[in-house]
Write a new protein. Structure first.
Length: 95
């Protein structure tokens, strides 16, 4: 996604900082970590309790749209804390 044309510089800086942090985590063995990346669009909305996860791939729907509500993103975070399934990996979440 970082190679998408037209992204504002401030957003690229944030994305690059997150990529650098992920590279660091992948290189350490004495830290238990999990990295959750949201959908391309994360915005207020109702909690549906329904979302999909992937590992390194952006979650998109049939139209190629990547989105999730903040409520379902928060649910995904809590689900991972309560039932860890992605320790030592990055995972993505969306509809």
């Amino acid at each position: 996604m970082r190679d998408q044309e037209g992204l504002p510089e401030f957003l690229l800086q944030i994305m690059n900082a997150h990529a650098d942090a992920l590279d660091y985590y992948r290189g350490v063995e004495d830290v238990r970590w999990t990295n959750l990346s949201p959908a391309a669009t994360i915005e207020p909305g109702t909690r549906t309790g329904q979302y999909r996860t992937e590992l390194d791939d952006l979650v998109v729907d049939g139209d190629g749209t990547s989105r999730i509500s903040t409520a379902d993103y928060a649910a995904a975070v809590l689900d991972e804390i309560e039932n860890p399934r992605h320790v030592g990996t990055r995972f993505t979440v969306g509809y």
